[in-house]
Write a protein that binds this ligand. Structure first.
Ligand code: SF4
Length: 210
C-alpha cells in the first residue's frame, strides 16, 4: 500500500492516466456518521490530510471565515504554525492536533460528538462559494496515489468506515455513486462517465485504465 503521505492530487490534466481496481466498481458504501462519528477528521495518523499546493491559498483564504467554528486549540495552532505543513517526504498536509484531530475539525451542537469539517460546514451555509474542502478529504475513503506513469485510484478499507460499508450494502449504494461529486471534481465528468461505462463491461482484466 502506498504511503498516504506521498499522495499528490493535481487538477488532473487531460493526459493523466489512471488505474482503477475492478473491486472499486463493486464496492458499496455510504458514510454513516451515527456509527463512525466522523472518525476520518479525528483518527490517529502519521500525518494530517494531504493537500495540493494550490489548496494552500484556499485554506488561508477560508480560515478567517471558518474560525468561528473552531476550538481555541485549533485557532492557537493555526496562528502559531499556519494551515499547512510540509512532511519529510516533501508532501503537503494539514496539521493535526496531538496526531489525530484535524485543525479544521468542528462538532455538531447536539452532544452527539459527531466531528466534521468546518470548511464543509461553512460551504454548506454558503459562507464559502467554491471550496467545499480539500479534495483528498472530499474523496475519502477513495485515495489517488501517483505511480510511475499513472495514478492509482484506491478504496481505503479502514476499520473506522465499517458503518459506511454496512449502510452502503443496506442501501445498495455504489461507492462511485456516493462519491460522484468529488470524483467529478478530481477527474472530470468525462472520465467518470467512462469509468461507469467501463464497470458495466465484463472482462477478465483486474484493472481498468481511464
Ligand atoms: S469516510 Fe469513513 S470515517 Fe469518514 S465519515 Fe465516512 S464512514 Fe465515517
Amino acid at each position: 500500500m502506498p504511503d498516504p503521505r506521498s499522495i499528490q492530487l493535481p487538477i488532473f490534466s487531460e493526459s493523466a492516466r489512471f488505474e482503477v481496481s475492478r473491486k472499486l466498481g463493486k464496492t458499496e458504501f455510504a458514510c454513516d456518521l451515527s456509527v463512525c462519528h466522523g472518525a476520518c477528521c479525528t483518527m490517529p495518523a502519521d500525518a494530517g490530510a494531504p493537500i495540493l499546493e494550490s489548496e494552500i491559498a484556499e485554506l488561508e483564504r477560508v480560515f478567517p471565515i471558518v474560525k468561528k467554528y473552531l476550538s481555541e486549540e485549533s485557532i492557537e495552532t493555526i496562528e502559531q504554525t499556519g494551515v499547512w505543513q510540509r512532511e519529510r517526504d516533501g508532501s503537503l498536509t494539514i496539521p493535526a492536533i496531538r496526531g489525530r484531530d484535524c485543525i479544521f475539525v468542528t462538532y455538531e451542537n447536539d452532544n452527539s460528538g459527531i466531528a466534521f469539517c468546518a470548511i464543509e460546514k461553512a460551504y454548506r451555509a454558503s459562507e464559502i462559494e467554491d471550496f467545499p474542502k480539500p479534495i483528498s478529504c472530499h474523496l475519502f475513503p477513495i485515495r489517488i496515489y501517483p505511480k510511475k506513469d499513472t495514478f492509482e485510484i484506491v478504496y481505503e478499507k479502514i476499520s473506522e468506515c465499517k458503518g459506511g460499508r454496512t449502510r452502503g450494502k443496506r442501501e445498495r449504494m455504489p461507492l462511485l455513486d456516493f462519491l460522484e461529486t468529488p470524483l467529478v471534481r478530481a477527474l472530470g465528468e468525462k472520465r467518470i462517465k467512462h469509468l461507469r461505462q467501463a464497470f458495466k463491461i465484463a472482462d477478465n482484466k483486474s484493472n481498468k485504465s481511464l
